[in-house]
Ligand binder design. Structure first.
Ligand code: AR6
Length: 180
């Protein structure tokens, strides 16, 4: 893929809490019901307040690999894009392609809503047990692809909650950027 320094300067990989990010949209790693859960999903619902669950109830759930959008309610972000990552099943169930599709689905919705800055958590690598080394490479490939092809997208932030996730994304970034 053809990337340059401008592409890299629009991507940040940081350690932190996605609920505090001041961006147009944050992404939620949700489940098929879209009715809340643990991990980042629980944190987003707690920070957004009950309006978020109320709107989620109207959405009719979400298929794995797809995404749906709501308002951000009490969050600093204007929107939440809810996507459903695959549960890791030893790679036997199309998990790589489904994870890549999550990122693409989020970018499609972001484009439709004029979103210029977006923060992602590490989708599927918590409760859903997707190996983070593998997931981080898939995530960054999709993010780079979007940054290269969509010049309207100003900023993408990957928010890593814990040290090992942060390390995995940094080494994936190093590996992928050395291939440019
Ligand atoms: N900010 C950023 N990342 C976070 C935060 C936070 N506040 N809290 C946790 N993470 P997970 P999954 C990280 O389990 O694997 C839910 O119950 C976490 O450390 O939240 O896609 C849903 O309802 C990990 O690195 O999502 C589903 O049932 C990453 O977010 C299921 O979990 C993803 O972990 C989805 O599982």
């Amino acid at each position: 893929m053809q990337t340059d320094s401008k592409t890299y300067s629009r991507l940040s990989i940081v350690q932190g809490d996605i609920t505090t990010q001041t961006v147009d949209a944050i992404v939620n790693a949700a489940n098929n019901s879209l009715l809340g859960g643990g991990g980042v999903d629980g944190a987003i619902h707690r920070a957004a307040g009950p309006g978020l669950l109320k709107e989620c109830r109207t959405l009719g759930g979400c298929e794995t690999g797809s995404a749906k959008i709501t308002k951000g309610y009490n969050l600093p972000a204007n929107y939440v894009i809810h996507t459903v990552g695959p549960v890791w099943q030893e790679g036997a169930n199309n998990e790589d392609a489904l994870l890549a599709k999550c990122y693409r689905s989020c970018f499609t919705l972001a484009g439709k809503h004029g979103i210029k800055s977006i923060a992602f958590p590490s989708i599927s690598t918590g409760v859903y047990r997707f190996p983070v080394d593998r997931a981080s490479r898939i995530a960054l490939k999709e993010i780079y692809h979007e940054l290269v092809t969509n010049i309207k997208l100003e900023r993408v932030i990957v928010i890593c909650f814990d040290n090992s996730t942060f390390d995995a994304y940094l080494s994936a970034e190093k590996e992928l950027s050395s291939k440019k």
